[in-house]
Design a protein around this ligand. Structure first.
Ligand SMILES: NC(=O)c1ccc[n+]([C@@H]2O[C@H](COP(=O)([O-])OP(=O)(O)OC[C@H]3O[C@@H](n4cnc5c(N)ncnc54)[C@H](O)[C@@H]3O)[C@@H](O)[C@H]2O)c1
Length: 330
Protein backbone atom coordinates (compact mmCIF):
# COMPACT_ATOMS: atom_id res chain seq x y z
CA UNK A 1 0.00 0.00 0.00
CA UNK A 2 1.27 3.47 -0.88
CA UNK A 3 0.36 6.83 0.55
CA UNK A 4 -0.73 9.08 -2.29
CA UNK A 5 -1.68 12.71 -2.63
CA UNK A 6 -4.02 13.73 -5.45
CA UNK A 7 -4.30 17.45 -6.16
CA UNK A 8 -7.50 18.52 -7.92
CA UNK A 9 -9.19 15.56 -6.22
CA UNK A 10 -12.68 17.02 -6.52
CA UNK A 11 -12.37 17.56 -10.25
CA UNK A 12 -13.46 15.36 -13.12
CA UNK A 13 -10.32 13.26 -13.59
CA UNK A 14 -8.84 13.68 -10.10
CA UNK A 15 -11.94 12.20 -8.47
CA UNK A 16 -11.82 9.13 -10.73
CA UNK A 17 -8.13 8.73 -9.96
CA UNK A 18 -8.86 8.84 -6.20
CA UNK A 19 -11.51 6.11 -6.65
CA UNK A 20 -9.08 3.92 -8.60
CA UNK A 21 -6.23 4.34 -6.10
CA UNK A 22 -8.56 3.50 -3.22
CA UNK A 23 -9.83 0.47 -5.07
CA UNK A 24 -6.24 -0.74 -5.37
CA UNK A 25 -5.85 -0.48 -1.58
CA UNK A 26 -3.80 2.73 -1.38
CA UNK A 27 -4.22 5.54 1.12
CA UNK A 28 -5.23 8.81 -0.52
CA UNK A 29 -5.15 12.42 0.60
CA UNK A 30 -7.17 14.51 -1.81
CA UNK A 31 -6.53 18.25 -2.05
CA UNK A 32 -8.81 20.73 -3.80
CA UNK A 33 -9.74 24.39 -3.42
CA UNK A 34 -13.09 24.15 -5.23
CA UNK A 35 -12.03 26.90 -7.63
CA UNK A 36 -15.41 28.16 -8.88
CA UNK A 37 -14.78 27.46 -12.57
CA UNK A 38 -17.86 25.28 -12.26
CA UNK A 39 -20.18 24.79 -9.30
CA UNK A 40 -18.96 23.32 -6.05
CA UNK A 41 -21.94 20.99 -5.67
CA UNK A 42 -20.85 19.12 -8.81
CA UNK A 43 -17.38 18.64 -7.33
CA UNK A 44 -18.83 17.55 -3.98
CA UNK A 45 -20.76 14.88 -5.86
CA UNK A 46 -17.57 13.81 -7.65
CA UNK A 47 -16.01 13.16 -4.26
CA UNK A 48 -18.87 11.14 -2.81
CA UNK A 49 -17.54 7.68 -3.62
CA UNK A 50 -14.00 8.43 -2.39
CA UNK A 51 -15.34 9.87 0.84
CA UNK A 52 -16.96 6.53 1.64
CA UNK A 53 -13.51 4.91 2.02
CA UNK A 54 -11.77 4.99 5.43
CA UNK A 55 -8.47 5.26 3.52
CA UNK A 56 -9.48 8.60 2.01
CA UNK A 57 -8.92 11.96 3.63
CA UNK A 58 -9.56 15.36 2.17
CA UNK A 59 -7.92 18.73 2.59
CA UNK A 60 -9.72 21.78 1.28
CA UNK A 61 -6.75 23.96 0.43
CA UNK A 62 -5.37 26.15 -2.29
CA UNK A 63 -2.04 25.02 -3.73
CA UNK A 64 -1.00 28.64 -4.09
CA UNK A 65 -1.04 29.26 -0.34
CA UNK A 66 -1.36 25.98 1.61
CA UNK A 67 1.35 24.37 3.72
CA UNK A 68 1.98 21.63 1.18
CA UNK A 69 5.08 20.23 2.89
CA UNK A 70 2.89 19.32 5.86
CA UNK A 71 0.39 17.64 3.54
CA UNK A 72 3.07 15.73 1.61
CA UNK A 73 5.01 14.51 4.67
CA UNK A 74 5.36 10.71 4.51
CA UNK A 75 3.63 10.32 1.15
CA UNK A 76 5.06 8.16 -1.63
CA UNK A 77 3.55 9.77 -4.70
CA UNK A 78 1.91 13.04 -5.67
CA UNK A 79 -0.50 13.07 -8.59
CA UNK A 80 -0.74 16.69 -9.67
CA UNK A 81 -4.10 16.91 -11.43
CA UNK A 82 -5.13 20.36 -10.17
CA UNK A 83 -5.22 23.13 -12.74
CA UNK A 84 -7.38 25.77 -14.24
CA UNK A 85 -8.51 23.67 -17.18
CA UNK A 86 -10.62 24.88 -20.10
CA UNK A 87 -9.02 26.69 -22.93
CA UNK A 88 -11.36 29.58 -23.76
CA UNK A 89 -11.47 31.23 -20.38
CA UNK A 90 -7.68 31.41 -20.31
CA UNK A 91 -7.89 34.30 -22.81
CA UNK A 92 -9.80 36.44 -20.34
CA UNK A 93 -8.56 35.13 -16.99
CA UNK A 94 -4.86 34.83 -17.62
CA UNK A 95 -3.69 35.66 -14.12
CA UNK A 96 -5.77 32.93 -12.55
CA UNK A 97 -4.47 30.37 -15.08
CA UNK A 98 -0.87 31.47 -14.64
CA UNK A 99 -1.20 31.47 -10.86
CA UNK A 100 -2.90 28.06 -10.48
CA UNK A 101 -1.10 26.25 -13.28
CA UNK A 102 2.41 27.62 -12.89
CA UNK A 103 2.73 29.04 -9.42
CA UNK A 104 0.61 26.17 -8.03
CA UNK A 105 2.93 23.67 -9.74
CA UNK A 106 6.00 25.46 -8.36
CA UNK A 107 4.63 25.08 -4.83
CA UNK A 108 3.85 21.38 -5.43
CA UNK A 109 7.40 20.80 -6.70
CA UNK A 110 9.02 22.70 -3.82
CA UNK A 111 7.06 20.70 -1.26
CA UNK A 112 7.84 17.43 -3.09
CA UNK A 113 11.53 18.33 -3.05
CA UNK A 114 11.52 19.33 0.63
CA UNK A 115 9.68 16.18 1.75
CA UNK A 116 11.55 13.85 -0.65
CA UNK A 117 8.43 12.54 -2.37
CA UNK A 118 9.47 9.51 -4.42
CA UNK A 119 7.38 10.22 -7.50
CA UNK A 120 5.50 13.23 -8.85
CA UNK A 121 3.08 12.43 -11.67
CA UNK A 122 2.47 15.74 -13.33
CA UNK A 123 -0.60 16.04 -15.53
CA UNK A 124 -0.26 18.06 -18.71
CA UNK A 125 -2.24 18.29 -21.92
CA UNK A 126 -2.25 17.88 -25.69
CA UNK A 127 -2.81 21.65 -25.76
CA UNK A 128 0.95 22.13 -25.34
CA UNK A 129 1.33 21.02 -28.99
CA UNK A 130 -0.88 23.74 -30.46
CA UNK A 131 -3.13 23.80 -33.50
CA UNK A 132 -2.42 20.24 -34.59
CA UNK A 133 -1.56 17.61 -32.02
CA UNK A 134 -0.84 14.47 -33.98
CA UNK A 135 2.87 13.82 -33.50
CA UNK A 136 5.05 12.05 -30.97
CA UNK A 137 6.22 13.47 -27.65
CA UNK A 138 9.26 14.79 -29.51
CA UNK A 139 7.17 17.18 -31.64
CA UNK A 140 7.97 20.82 -30.98
CA UNK A 141 5.33 22.30 -28.68
CA UNK A 142 3.68 25.48 -29.91
CA UNK A 143 0.58 26.18 -27.80
CA UNK A 144 -2.08 28.44 -29.28
CA UNK A 145 -3.83 29.40 -26.04
CA UNK A 146 -2.73 30.91 -22.74
CA UNK A 147 -3.93 27.69 -21.11
CA UNK A 148 -1.50 25.66 -23.25
CA UNK A 149 1.28 28.14 -22.51
CA UNK A 150 0.81 27.85 -18.74
CA UNK A 151 0.71 24.05 -18.96
CA UNK A 152 3.87 23.97 -21.08
CA UNK A 153 5.63 26.31 -18.66
CA UNK A 154 4.61 23.99 -15.81
CA UNK A 155 6.17 21.04 -17.68
CA UNK A 156 9.42 22.96 -18.03
CA UNK A 157 9.35 23.82 -14.35
CA UNK A 158 8.99 20.11 -13.54
CA UNK A 159 12.11 19.33 -15.54
CA UNK A 160 13.96 22.24 -13.92
CA UNK A 161 13.21 20.78 -10.47
CA UNK A 162 14.19 17.33 -11.70
CA UNK A 163 17.49 18.45 -13.20
CA UNK A 164 18.41 20.80 -10.36
CA UNK A 165 17.10 19.02 -7.26
CA UNK A 166 16.48 15.45 -8.42
CA UNK A 167 12.70 15.59 -7.99
CA UNK A 168 11.48 12.45 -9.82
CA UNK A 169 8.76 13.51 -12.27
CA UNK A 170 6.68 11.78 -14.93
CA UNK A 171 4.70 14.03 -17.27
CA UNK A 172 1.45 12.78 -18.80
CA UNK A 173 -0.14 14.71 -21.65
CA UNK A 174 -3.81 13.81 -21.63
CA UNK A 175 -5.84 14.11 -24.86
CA UNK A 176 -9.53 15.23 -24.57
CA UNK A 177 -10.91 13.14 -21.74
CA UNK A 178 -14.61 12.27 -21.52
CA UNK A 179 -16.94 10.03 -19.56
CA UNK A 180 -18.97 10.23 -16.34
CA UNK A 181 -18.33 13.46 -14.34
CA UNK A 182 -16.98 15.28 -17.39
CA UNK A 183 -16.68 19.02 -16.71
CA UNK A 184 -19.81 20.98 -17.64
CA UNK A 185 -17.87 23.26 -20.01
CA UNK A 186 -16.65 20.37 -22.16
CA UNK A 187 -18.14 19.57 -25.54
CA UNK A 188 -19.58 16.13 -24.91
CA UNK A 189 -21.14 17.25 -21.64
CA UNK A 190 -22.79 20.19 -23.40
CA UNK A 191 -23.86 18.03 -26.33
CA UNK A 192 -25.47 15.35 -24.18
CA UNK A 193 -27.15 17.92 -21.97
CA UNK A 194 -28.50 19.68 -25.05
CA UNK A 195 -29.87 16.41 -26.44
CA UNK A 196 -31.43 15.25 -23.18
CA UNK A 197 -33.00 18.60 -22.34
CA UNK A 198 -33.85 19.89 -25.81
CA UNK A 199 -31.36 22.78 -25.64
CA UNK A 200 -29.62 24.26 -28.70
CA UNK A 201 -25.98 23.31 -29.24
CA UNK A 202 -23.62 26.05 -30.41
CA UNK A 203 -21.12 24.55 -32.84
CA UNK A 204 -17.93 26.49 -33.47
CA UNK A 205 -16.36 25.63 -36.81
CA UNK A 206 -17.71 23.17 -39.35
CA UNK A 207 -17.74 20.09 -37.12
CA UNK A 208 -14.95 18.46 -39.09
CA UNK A 209 -12.44 19.09 -36.29
CA UNK A 210 -11.21 15.73 -35.03
CA UNK A 211 -10.27 14.49 -31.58
CA UNK A 212 -8.76 11.33 -30.24
CA UNK A 213 -10.84 11.24 -27.13
CA UNK A 214 -9.78 9.35 -24.05
CA UNK A 215 -12.32 7.59 -21.88
CA UNK A 216 -11.68 8.61 -18.30
CA UNK A 217 -11.11 5.03 -17.06
CA UNK A 218 -8.42 4.59 -19.74
CA UNK A 219 -6.82 7.88 -18.75
CA UNK A 220 -6.75 6.74 -15.12
CA UNK A 221 -5.25 3.37 -16.09
CA UNK A 222 -2.42 5.10 -17.95
CA UNK A 223 -1.82 7.29 -14.91
CA UNK A 224 -1.66 4.24 -12.65
CA UNK A 225 0.69 2.51 -15.11
CA UNK A 226 3.10 5.45 -14.80
CA UNK A 227 2.84 5.35 -11.00
CA UNK A 228 3.37 1.58 -10.81
CA UNK A 229 6.45 1.59 -13.06
CA UNK A 230 8.61 4.46 -11.77
CA UNK A 231 11.81 2.84 -13.02
CA UNK A 232 10.77 3.39 -16.61
CA UNK A 233 8.42 6.37 -16.24
CA UNK A 234 10.45 8.86 -14.17
CA UNK A 235 12.07 11.49 -16.36
CA UNK A 236 9.74 10.68 -19.24
CA UNK A 237 6.84 12.41 -20.96
CA UNK A 238 3.96 10.37 -22.37
CA UNK A 239 0.96 11.14 -24.56
CA UNK A 240 -2.18 9.56 -23.11
CA UNK A 241 -4.96 9.12 -25.65
CA UNK A 242 -7.85 6.95 -26.55
CA UNK A 243 -6.71 5.60 -29.88
CA UNK A 244 -9.87 6.25 -31.87
CA UNK A 245 -10.11 9.51 -33.86
CA UNK A 246 -13.57 10.97 -34.49
CA UNK A 247 -14.88 14.26 -35.83
CA UNK A 248 -17.42 16.36 -33.96
CA UNK A 249 -19.95 15.63 -36.72
CA UNK A 250 -19.47 11.88 -36.20
CA UNK A 251 -19.91 12.23 -32.46
CA UNK A 252 -23.14 14.16 -32.97
CA UNK A 253 -24.46 11.39 -35.24
CA UNK A 254 -23.54 8.77 -32.68
CA UNK A 255 -25.09 10.67 -29.79
CA UNK A 256 -28.31 11.18 -31.72
CA UNK A 257 -28.47 7.42 -32.30
CA UNK A 258 -27.64 6.57 -28.68
CA UNK A 259 -30.17 9.00 -27.19
CA UNK A 260 -32.80 8.64 -29.91
CA UNK A 261 -33.05 12.46 -30.08
CA UNK A 262 -32.25 15.10 -32.71
CA UNK A 263 -29.86 17.93 -31.93
CA UNK A 264 -30.67 21.54 -32.71
CA UNK A 265 -27.37 23.09 -33.88
CA UNK A 266 -26.51 26.82 -33.97
CA UNK A 267 -23.45 27.34 -36.15
CA UNK A 268 -20.66 29.86 -35.40
CA UNK A 269 -17.12 30.40 -36.73
CA UNK A 270 -14.29 28.68 -34.88
CA UNK A 271 -12.73 30.60 -32.00
CA UNK A 272 -9.18 31.72 -31.25
CA UNK A 273 -7.11 28.87 -29.87
CA UNK A 274 -9.45 26.09 -31.02
CA UNK A 275 -7.43 23.08 -32.12
CA UNK A 276 -8.17 21.64 -35.54
CA UNK A 277 -7.02 18.06 -35.10
CA UNK A 278 -5.74 16.02 -32.21
CA UNK A 279 -4.81 12.39 -32.64
CA UNK A 280 -2.76 11.05 -29.82
CA UNK A 281 0.31 9.17 -30.89
CA UNK A 282 0.41 6.62 -28.07
CA UNK A 283 3.27 4.45 -29.35
CA UNK A 284 5.54 5.41 -26.47
CA UNK A 285 3.08 4.89 -23.62
CA UNK A 286 2.13 1.54 -25.15
CA UNK A 287 5.73 0.43 -25.63
CA UNK A 288 7.12 1.63 -22.29
CA UNK A 289 4.18 1.32 -19.90
CA UNK A 290 2.08 -1.32 -21.67
CA UNK A 291 -0.93 1.00 -21.80
CA UNK A 292 -3.64 0.38 -24.36
CA UNK A 293 -7.04 2.09 -24.37
CA UNK A 294 -9.88 -0.38 -23.95
CA UNK A 295 -13.04 1.73 -24.26
CA UNK A 296 -14.26 2.69 -27.72
CA UNK A 297 -16.17 5.90 -28.36
CA UNK A 298 -19.64 4.30 -28.52
CA UNK A 299 -19.25 2.50 -25.18
CA UNK A 300 -17.68 5.56 -23.59
CA UNK A 301 -20.47 7.87 -24.72
CA UNK A 302 -23.06 5.34 -23.57
CA UNK A 303 -21.51 5.44 -20.08
CA UNK A 304 -21.49 9.23 -20.08
CA UNK A 305 -25.13 9.42 -21.18
CA UNK A 306 -26.09 7.02 -18.38
CA UNK A 307 -24.27 9.24 -15.88
CA UNK A 308 -26.06 12.36 -17.16
CA UNK A 309 -29.39 10.61 -16.78
CA UNK A 310 -28.61 9.40 -13.25
CA UNK A 311 -27.24 12.72 -12.05
CA UNK A 312 -30.16 14.67 -13.51
CA UNK A 313 -32.51 12.34 -11.65
CA UNK A 314 -30.54 12.58 -8.40
CA UNK A 315 -30.51 16.37 -8.47
CA UNK A 316 -34.01 16.74 -9.83
CA UNK A 317 -33.17 18.63 -13.02
CA UNK A 318 -30.68 19.32 -15.77
CA UNK A 319 -26.96 19.67 -15.00
CA UNK A 320 -25.72 23.14 -14.11
CA UNK A 321 -22.85 24.62 -16.01
CA UNK A 322 -21.47 26.69 -18.83
CA UNK A 323 -23.71 27.57 -21.71
CA UNK A 324 -21.36 27.58 -24.67
CA UNK A 325 -19.67 24.69 -26.41
CA UNK A 326 -16.04 23.81 -26.26
CA UNK A 327 -15.26 21.16 -28.82
CA UNK A 328 -11.65 21.04 -27.84
CA UNK A 329 -9.18 19.54 -25.42
CA UNK A 330 -8.28 21.08 -22.12
N1 LIG B 1 -10.45 17.04 -19.07
C1 LIG B 1 -9.63 16.93 -20.12
O1 LIG B 1 -10.04 16.57 -21.24
C2 LIG B 1 -8.16 17.20 -19.97
C3 LIG B 1 -7.35 17.07 -21.11
C4 LIG B 1 -5.99 17.31 -20.98
C5 LIG B 1 -5.45 17.63 -19.75
N2 LIG B 1 -6.26 17.77 -18.66
C6 LIG B 1 -5.64 18.11 -17.38
O2 LIG B 1 -6.15 17.20 -16.41
C7 LIG B 1 -6.22 17.83 -15.14
C8 LIG B 1 -7.62 17.65 -14.55
O3 LIG B 1 -8.55 18.28 -15.43
P1 LIG B 1 -10.13 18.14 -15.20
O4 LIG B 1 -10.76 18.13 -16.54
O5 LIG B 1 -10.40 17.06 -14.24
O6 LIG B 1 -10.45 19.57 -14.54
P2 LIG B 1 -11.35 19.96 -13.28
O7 LIG B 1 -11.53 21.44 -13.35
O8 LIG B 1 -12.56 19.12 -13.24
O9 LIG B 1 -10.43 19.59 -12.06
C9 LIG B 1 -9.35 20.38 -11.63
C10 LIG B 1 -9.50 20.61 -10.13
O10 LIG B 1 -8.36 21.35 -9.69
C11 LIG B 1 -8.78 22.23 -8.67
N3 LIG B 1 -7.82 23.33 -8.57
C12 LIG B 1 -7.48 24.21 -9.56
N4 LIG B 1 -6.59 25.09 -9.08
C13 LIG B 1 -6.35 24.76 -7.78
C14 LIG B 1 -5.54 25.31 -6.76
N5 LIG B 1 -4.80 26.41 -6.95
N6 LIG B 1 -5.53 24.71 -5.55
C15 LIG B 1 -6.28 23.60 -5.32
N7 LIG B 1 -7.10 23.05 -6.25
C16 LIG B 1 -7.13 23.63 -7.46
C17 LIG B 1 -10.16 22.71 -9.11
O11 LIG B 1 -10.94 23.17 -8.03
C18 LIG B 1 -10.73 21.45 -9.76
O12 LIG B 1 -11.58 20.73 -8.88
C19 LIG B 1 -5.79 19.27 -15.36
O13 LIG B 1 -4.43 19.39 -15.03
C20 LIG B 1 -6.00 19.49 -16.85
O14 LIG B 1 -5.13 20.49 -17.34
C21 LIG B 1 -7.61 17.55 -18.75
Amino acid sequence: MSRCVVTGAAGFIGSHLCDALLEKGHEVLGIDAFIPYYPRDIKERNLMSARRSPRFSFLEADLRTADLAKAFEGCDAVFHEAAMAGLMRSWSDFELYADCNLNGTRRVLEAARDTRVRHVIHVSTSSVYGKVATGTEESAPRPVSPYGVTKLAAEHLCRAFEDTFGVPVTILRYFSVYGPRQRPDMAYHILIRALLHGEAFVMYGDGRQTRSNTFVADCVRATLAAFEQPRVSVGETFNVGGGEVVSLNEVIELLQTLTGKRLHIERRPSRPGDQAHTAANIDKVTRVLGYRPTTGIADGLRAQIAWHRESAVSRGGPAQGASSSLPGPS
